[in-house]
Every structure is written in C-alpha cells, then in structure tokens.
Ligand binder design. Sequence first.
Ligand code: CO
Length: 133
Amino acid sequence: MITKINHIAIVIPELEEGMGFWVNALGLNVKKTESVPEQQVDIAFLPVGESNIELLAPTDTESGVAKYLDKRGPGLHHICLEVEDIDTVLDRLKTASVPLIDEEPRDGGHGKKLAFIHPKGTGGVLVELYQLP
Ligand code: CO
C-alpha cells in the first residue's frame, strides 16, 4: 500500500546557499529547481536512489513555509510517502481517528494526488502522501 519514500523535505532560508552542503560537500546532483508561486517557495530536487531530498526556501515572509522557518528554524519539514491508492489510505487513517490536514486528496497537477497528515497524529512529523498517475 505504501510503496516508497518519495521525498524528504527540508526547509532552508535561501536555496543557493542552503544547497552548498548537499551539492558541494555531499556530492548530490540537482535534478531540477522550480518556483511554486502559489506556495511562495523555491524548491530544489536532489535525487538519492529512488527518493529525493527536496530543499524548500520561502520567497516571502507570510507563507506557511516562511512561518515554519521563522518559528522552528531550518530543518526537516516533512516526509512524503508514495501510496498506490490515496483514498484507501485516507479512509484507513480516518477510521483510526488520525488528524488530517487534508480530509480529501488535493490535486497536485499532472494527475498527481496529495494529502497531508497532521503532525499531532504522527509523532510530530508532517507527513505527505502522494499518489502518482
Ligand atoms: Co512534499
């Protein structure tokens, strides 16, 4: 049902500078970078095997990611699990009374569906679910 870790997202203040450790010191490659204006973030994807390290940097001071960085400092933001059937997983979590940020899957574009599970229910880690097309 859960097939793999799609990505681990880390929030940093500034993308270019924050990539230094991962790229220069550790030697990972940047697959792509993109701006997501709807969420006011710049993102870099660094593949590690079948998974990715996803670096997130806020582009404003008011977005969710910006507030998170302000409050908690840089570090782990969320982990993303890839699932075969997101509706079934969400139903299962509802049955188990796990608090969800998204009761129903959101449209992630390109046929992708996603939903976030509240850290209150997971031991303190924001968990994202992906169902890829
Ligand atoms: Co994510």
